[in-house]
Design a protein around this ligand. Structure first.
Ligand code: FMN
Length: 365
């Protein structure tokens, strides 16, 4: 049975280990979606992960749903990402760009000309989103026309191509956590009467067309996808998740993607053990995420319920997480107060084991 420290092949690249860095929004970009120079240092520090999956990145101006999030649709944005990919590769790391469209989770504040956000249907999410002017209620989105849906599919294909141009090893589609792709999958968010709504086949159509557009642009072996069945985050409901996700997995099986990433930011509303249920159905590489420690991750691999484990907050706070796991060393605690704040504090200043050992000198520098 593999351990966290065994290599693994995804698509046409070899990962040094099975400790994967989870995609995590950090809100350090500028208002034009351009990453600061120190983003390259943040990702470089974490290059000993088998694979880095970046924070969710906007595919177009209408995709933006959070302050200071990066994009990949302008030359300046791509140039800033090139610094990141160059720094990670110089340390021998591998890095995929996570791409998303936030759909109804966007606020007019983030969109061109304060536009109304778009979604599968005109159903407002309950809850609020953060802006620099304080928390604001979500607004009722406008239902995308079928032509606009097809344009958005093409935008994802373009984003995948742009990611490879910016030096990424591949691209992960964010199909989780209640953003646009998930809004098409959900039973409360997709009330469409056309070929993108109604039956399970129709609700899965947008996800599959997006994956096919991305695969056509860069090759399926460079495309991964993240799903989060029955996660209630962002006011999602999936009343038929137990039957629907196996259908989705069946459709993914024929697509030969780099990997399937099943991740949980919040506890699912169902009692189902999703990794146990979905892993045997998926014929490719399976990444599992959601609250894992070294011990529970090792156990999942040993039980053959995943091929690799995706770590979020542990990787955020421990740039040298694989080395710490290998030595059973103490871990830095994540500082939630700086998850989304601008600047380098809580971003590039988590110490490695060596830096912690040399703490006085390191802290003074
Ligand atoms: C600060 C922060 C930002 C996050 N941003 C994203 C994101 O951009 N895309 C995504 O798919 N998940 C995002 N997540 C969820 C993580 O990828 C992961 O699913 C979650 O942290 C659970 O894993 P963990 O228990 O190992 O931290 C974020 C989580 C955190 C803590």
């Amino acid at each position: 049975m593999p351990t966290l420290f065994d290599s693994i092949r995804i698509g046409d690249i070899e990962l040094d280990n099975r400790i994967i860095m989870a995609p995590m929004t950090r809100s350090r970009a500028n208002d034009a979606g351009v990453q600061p120079g120190f983003a390259a240092e943040y990702y470089r520090q974490r290059a000993s992960a088998g694979l880095i999956i970046t924070e969710a990145t906007n595919i177009s101006p209408m995709a933006k749903g959070y302050v200071r999030t990066p994009g990949v649709y302008t030359a300046e944005q791509r140039a800033s990402w090139r610094n990141v990919t160059g720094a990670v590769h110089a340390r021998g790391g591998k890095i995929f760009l996570q791409v998303f469209h936030t759909g109804r989770i966007a606020l007019p504040d983030f969109l061109p000309d304060n536009a109304q956000p778009v979604s599968a249907s005109n159903v407002r999410a309950k809850g609020q989103n953060y802006t620099d002017a304080g928390m604001k209620d979500f607004v009722t989105p406008r239902e995308l026309t079928a032509a606009e849906v097809r344009q958005t599919v093409r935008d994802f294909g373009t984003a995948a191509k742009s990611a490879i141009e910016a030096g990424f090893d591949g691209v992960e589609l964010h199909g989780a956590n209640g953003y646009l792709v998930h809004q098409f999958l959900g039973t409360n968010t997709n009330l469409r009467a056309d070929e993108y709504g109604g039956s399970q086949e129709n609700r899965a159509r947008f996800l599959l067309e997006v994956l096919d557009a991305m695969s056509a642009a860069v090759g399926a072996e460079k495309v991964g996808v993240k799903l989060s069945p029955s996660v209630p985050f962002n006011d999602m409901q999936e009343s038929d998740a137990e039957e629907f996700y196996p259908v989705i997995i069946e459709k993914l099986n024929v697509r030969n993607l780099a990997y399937l990433h099943v991740g949980f930011e919040e506890t699912p509303t169902t009692e189902i053990n999703w990794h146990k249920k979905l892993r045997p159905l998926y014929e490719g590489v399976y990444f599992a995420n959601g609250g894992f420690t070294k011990a529970t991750g090792e156990k999942l691999l040993a039980d053959d319920r995943a091929d690799a484990i995706v770590y979020g907050t542990l990787m955020l706070a421990n740039p040298d997480l694989p080395a710490r796991f290998a030595k059973n060393a103490e871990l830095n605690a994540p500082d939630q107060a700086t998850f989304y704040t601008p600047g380098e504090k809580g971003y590039t200043d988590y110490p490695t084991l060596e830096q912690a050992a040399a703490a006085p000198a390191w802290r003074a520098s």
